[in-house]
Every structure is written in C-alpha cells, then in structure tokens.
Design a binder for this molecule. Sequence first.
Ligand code: NAG
Ligand code: NAG
Length: 249
Amino acid sequence: MHLGQAASLLLAAAACADAVRTIIPKTSFNSQADFDADWNYNYPWGTDHNGGARMDKAQVKFSSGMVTLTAKKVSGQPDASHGGQAIKINYLSGAIAAKEHFNVSRGGGYDFTGEFKATTTKGTWPAFWLTAVNGWPPEIDMAEWKGSGKISFNTFNTSSVLSWKDVTYSSPDQFHSIKCEVRDINQKDVSVKFYMDGSLVTTQVGGGFFGKPMYLIINLQMEGSSGSPGPSTDTLYQVRNLEVLSYNP
Ligand SMILES: *[C@@H]1O[C@H](CO)[C@@H](O)[C@H](O)[C@H]1NC(C)=O
Ligand SMILES: *[C@@H]1O[C@H](CO)[C@@H](O)[C@H](O)[C@H]1NC(C)=O
C-alpha cells in the first residue's frame, strides 16, 4: 500500500466514526434547558393511556443527569378512556417522550442505554419503550416491569404475534443498566438485542419495522396490566445516564 491508500483508509475510518451520532446526551436531565432540548412532558398523544395513572408534568423532576417520576394516589379525577373502555384514574404520575423520532434506515440503527431503578410491586408499571408514530406497530418494550417481580422485553409484529422474554428482576432497590441495540437486517426487518447489567438477555426481530418512525417514551403507568390495587404510598421510578446513539449512515 502506498501513502495515498493509507490516507484514504484513514479518511474512510474517520467517516465511519463520524456516522455514530449522539441523539440524546447523558446530560439531558441536568437542567431545564437540557431537558427541553430533548424531551417533552406526557405521552406524545396526551396524559392518559391504558392504566390507572394520569400523567402530570408536576410528577417529573430531574437534576444531575437523573430523572425521577413519582406516582401519587389521588381521588376525584375523571375517568380515562382507552379502546372504548372507561378506566378509573387513581394516580397522578410522570411520563416523558423524546422530541426526536427514531427511524431505522439502511444499514443503520440505534443504541438506547440507561440505568434504571424500577419497582416490581403489584400495581406499578414503569416502562422504557419505543412505539409507532404512525399507526401501530412497531412497538419495542426495551424494559417493562408489570408488578410481578419480573422485567419484560417485548417486540410486537402484531397484537397477537409478539416475541417476549420475562426475567426475574432481583434487587429492584438498586440501579440496573439496560441497553437495547436496534439494527436494520434487510431493509425490511429490524433486529433488537436486549442487554441487562452488561449481558445479552434476548434477541428479537421486529417484522417490517425498517423505515417506520418510533417514539421513545419513559413513563410510570400504574395498575392496568400490573394488577390492582396499586400502592397507596408514593412510587418512584428513576433513570440516569440515559443516552441514545444513532448508527444511521
Ligand atoms: C416477526 O417478524 C419477523 C420477520 O418476518 C420474524 O423473523 C419474527 O420471527 C416474527 N416474530 C414472531 C414472534 O413471530
Ligand atoms: C424513515 O426511513 C425511511 C427509509 O430510510 C424513509 O423512506 C422514510 O421517509 C423515513 N421516514 C421519516 C418520517 O423520516
């Protein structure tokens, strides 16, 4: 190889390195200005979803790189409505959604990482997930705790065709690291690798997820799929060192 070839190889390596971009930096929970650059309050569609908590900006606090969502028991709230069903609202809680939408492109993908302190008490339903901007699916539950002592990792092809993995979740009073690698396979399907505390737990495939924009949501829902009644004392869900990297060319 002559010097010109070496130089172009170096340039190619530099171009590759440049293809990794930080979409959400670890500092996004440092200050209100940092938060506002990357996040909105509530779900992308509003304050209610499929459980007994109504989201409220006052239940979201952040400082020093960590966000704390607090669910508190309340009464006198009007019902929520989901899929034609009325749902009793027994809590006010917190949800945040990334301003950026995540769309796996050719040869690309994303890494979503963070450290989570999440309860597995009956009636508490913390989650870290991706869901379709247009229609549904895609949905990838990068981590979800449904009040059963377990953590769940799920990918939905349809509401009845899904991959899931439930794993015993020890020491919920400690932070655990979660990493989810989402990558293009064939310009149609997307591979999803779920890691907990540095070990690969499961690999799933999202059928037809390529090129479909997704929301990133962190929320503390209550009751619903996690059982009821939930706790009458405050429930906390904390996330720190949250980072999203893009590998899209
Ligand atoms: C979802 O679709 C992909 C692509 O067809 C497939 O590889 C995967 O096995 C499907 N998931 C389930 C649970 O069938
Ligand atoms: C998502 O990516 C696909 C394929 O790269 C592209 O065709 C589509 O326009 C993108 N959609 C949005 C909303 O950016």
